[in-house]
Design a protein around this ligand. Structure first.
Ligand SMILES: [Zn+2]
Length: 364
């Protein structure tokens, strides 16, 4: 197989938490996501892996978890995944993004539902932005059992350029093949890999009429929730990741994506490190989650995988050390609040972060 994994190709304004190359994000550029090293090796990836310092890209608990997911597949399942990766790794995401709504049971939060709902409400209170229009919902793998839903999603992905062109007949055949297979494979449809993500979406600046009409969303995948549970960070991790994603909504609301560096990789690094700092600020603040600084940083840092060592990628989130420094900076800012209950206005937070960014990047 020489084909690379292409999971979430960049959506205009979608910001997804990068996860081992299984998902990507971008602000304005259309770029295929990096291939994951887990499934299919590509020459470019191998070259890249050698070009980065091992200490900066060491595996995490989540790497191990993802490896176990692959190891748990039968040979037949694994081969099917490789052959139908565009559908398996994208359709649950785009189905929720394009067609999900908070009142539809197909997108209802299940695992940790109460905690997620409460944290969302709390984040809206903490960051004083216009947030009533943000829709919170889940994405589930069971869409892969339903040929009609797969077909609808693939059709919309092709129409919006998120997937390479396919004819209606090809789409119909692919949808039927995937749904038929999933129906014979027990709970394979629910494998965390299909929904291993959490992301914030805003249609701000989108030109495609279909995408531009989509509401703001914060979507939590079952897979990311399962992953955090599995590595023992379910409680803290889920809330901290939500805080990171909500941070992107704060950025959308304040127009942060319209400012900053013009280089796409540098621009992404800034907004991702800022979202980490926002998550750490909220996570440790007395009026936020009031969690221990190290636990919050651990939860954020557990997202590092080799997939995010692609430093030149527009989807790059910053090195682990940079993210650690961003988290530390946010936590220290919360600790320095006087009085302890005072919360900075979001615009002030962004201003202070931008002043601190050179040091967060360089470490000195
Ligand atoms: Zn992010």
């Amino acid at each position: 197989m020489t084909r690379t994994i292409r999971s979430s190709v960049a959506l205009g304004a979608a910001v997804l938490l990068t996860f081992g190359g299984l998902s990507t994000f971008a602000t304005a550029t259309a770029t295929a996501s990096p291939a994951t090293h887990h499934l299919v090796e590509s020459p470019a990836q191998a070259a890249l892996a050698q070009a980065v310092a091992p200490s900066e890209c060491a595996g995490t608990l989540l790497d191990t978890y993802v490896d176990q997911l692959f190891a748990g597949m039968t040979d037949e399942q694994f081969a099917f995944l490789v052959a139908h990766q565009d559908t398996l790794l994208n359709v649950p995401t785009y189905d929720a993004l394009f067609f999900g709504s908070p009142n539809d049971p197909d997108y209802a939060l299940e695992s940790h539902a109460q905690q997620i709902t409460n944290t969302f409400r709390d984040l809206r209170r903490f960051w004083n932005i216009e947030s009533a229009d943000i829709q919170l919902m889940a994405m589930h793998g069971d869409v892969l059992l339903d040929a009609a839903r797969i077909e609808k999603t693939l059709t919309a992905m092709v129409a919006t350029g998120e997937l390479d062109p396919m004819t209606p007949e090809q789409i119909q055949a692919e949808a039927a093949t995937v749904a038929d297979f999933m129906q014979t494979q027990g709970d394979f449809y629910d494998n965390p890999l299909w929904t291993l993500n959490a992301f914030a979406f805003s249609a701000d600046g989108e030109t495609d009429p279909f995408i531009a009409a989509l509401p703001d969303k914060l979507i939590m995948g079952d897979g990311i929730i399962d992953a955090y549970d599995a590595i023992g960070l379910g409680d803290v991790g889920i809330r901290v990741i939500m805080a990171h994603e909500f941070g992107h909504h704060v950025q959308y609301e304040l127009g942060v994506f319209d400012t900053g560096p013009t280089d796409p990789a540098e621009a992404t690094r800034r907004t991702e490190l800022m979202a980490d700092a926002m998550a750490a600020y909220y996570g440790t603040h007395k009026k936020g989650l009031a969690l221990n600084k190290k636990r919050v940083a651990d939860a954020l840092l557990s997202f590092y995988t080799v997939g995010d060592c692609q430093f030149d990628s527009p989807g790059h989130h910053g090195t682990p050390l940079q993210r650690q420094r961003a988290a530390d900076w946010g936590a220290d800012l919360a600790a320095a609040a006087k009085p302890q209950s005072s919360i900075l206005p979001p615009a002030t937070f962004v201003e202070l972060f931008d002043q601190a960014l050179p040091e967060i990047i360089s470490g000195s």
